[in-house]
Design a protein around this ligand. Sequence first.
Ligand code: CA
Length: 507
Amino acid sequence: MTDTPLCIKVHDSDNVAIVVNAPGLPAETRFPDGLVLCEFVPEGHKVALTDLAAGAEIRRYGEVIGYAVRDIPKGSWIEESLVALPIAPTLETLPLATCVPAAQPALEGYTFEGFRNPDGSVGTKNILGISMSVQCVAGVLDIAVQKIKKELLPKYPNVDDVIAIEHIYGCGVAINAPEAVIPIRTLQNLVVHPNLGGAVMVVSLGCEKLQPERLLPNGQSASIVTLQDPRHIGFGSMIASIMDMADKRLAELDKRQRETCPASDLVVGLQCGGSDAFSGVTANPALGVAADLLVRAGATVMFSEVTEVRDAIHLLTPRAVNEDVGRALIREMQWYDTYLAAGDSDRSANPTPGNKKGGLANVVEKALGSVAKSGSSAIVGVLAPGERATQKGLLYAATPASDFICGTLQTASGCNVELFTTGRGTPYGLSMVPVIKVSTRTTLAERWHDLIDFDAGRIATGKMSLEEAGWEIFRLILEVASGRHETWADHWQIRNSLALFNPAPVT
Ligand code: CA
């Protein structure tokens, strides 16, 4: 970390900057441009670059992130209580497809080694996944999976892992409620994830509302073990049936071989969690550069997290490739506004205590930093929660911002690599998809040297340009997708639970 006092102003029209030095800078600190701090300002927090009168706009990223609640002298720490939250952009009057970015030159010749599936999708891992139609069977399936890992998996060296697609859905739910389509679609798409090789295996109880056949895509057959089947005499028989089903499937999966695939077969999910004020100037824009490169290489890239997009939606609808896509973006924002209102909440429920400690005053500032992940390409499609991606290019996949729910929904949408930025730090990992974790600050990357895969904090200290970081991340994605570079989450086998998004009632 540099000893020279350093602060970052993102846009010419900004009247605040964030302090780069850890753990912050004391009163009387003089910056090279002559600015003097009148009090201690913590790392990542905002300093006023001019005198701000009560009610004045506070601008970061060239946008209004709030209004001064009282006079704030130049050189002061603008902590969150001094920032009044603006109203969210009105959805009815947004410009649609008014500023569609031109396509950048295609990037040719970039490839990775993946497992091609009969449906044309490509896996980055070779996993046996066993789904369930109801949580009732989870305990039995978990015991079976442990036994499969111990007794069967060693016979099939070409298979990476065995996992249960565990969830709490299936019974005790209003299965025909309109919004039940979201958890059901998510489960249907998880079982056909590219990393599972195409065939569906389900363990069922028998009496549940979500009958196992509903987990199958049209026309697909499945291996189903039903625990209430009269032929099962006791627990041992159930385990034996699951083991038998798994053994046959493992033998098929073991024949899969990696082959050279164009980078256009990548489906990359972008997410952030434990964000701080650096997220929007280091890690997220670096992902944005990588996203642009992926789009140029013909890949599918999805960004998500509705509450972290809502306050920047006026910057996104102009980038929609056409008015229909713009309207689809607005549809997802409206749906979420209604969903939050039904729970007597709004988007201000989003920032966490950690976000605030990291310098993010409110959800507007968080959102402006979050959407930097999307880069600068045209937005060519919008996915409702859990829908499978079928298009190339930059997509908006609507999901909650919750890390596990977003990760689950991006997995259901078919992402085969996920990029995850963090400022405060999270050990997050997924069972089905490799997760590349990118830190916003070098101090985090150093402290969590065996959890963070890429240090984007070097951008803040001038050791690396955004462009260089984006290219390095792009190349790292190809290495990880090829199985040549193991992420730290995979190295330690850190796995968060799958977490379904169920906005429908339970009974
Ligand atoms: Ca998140």
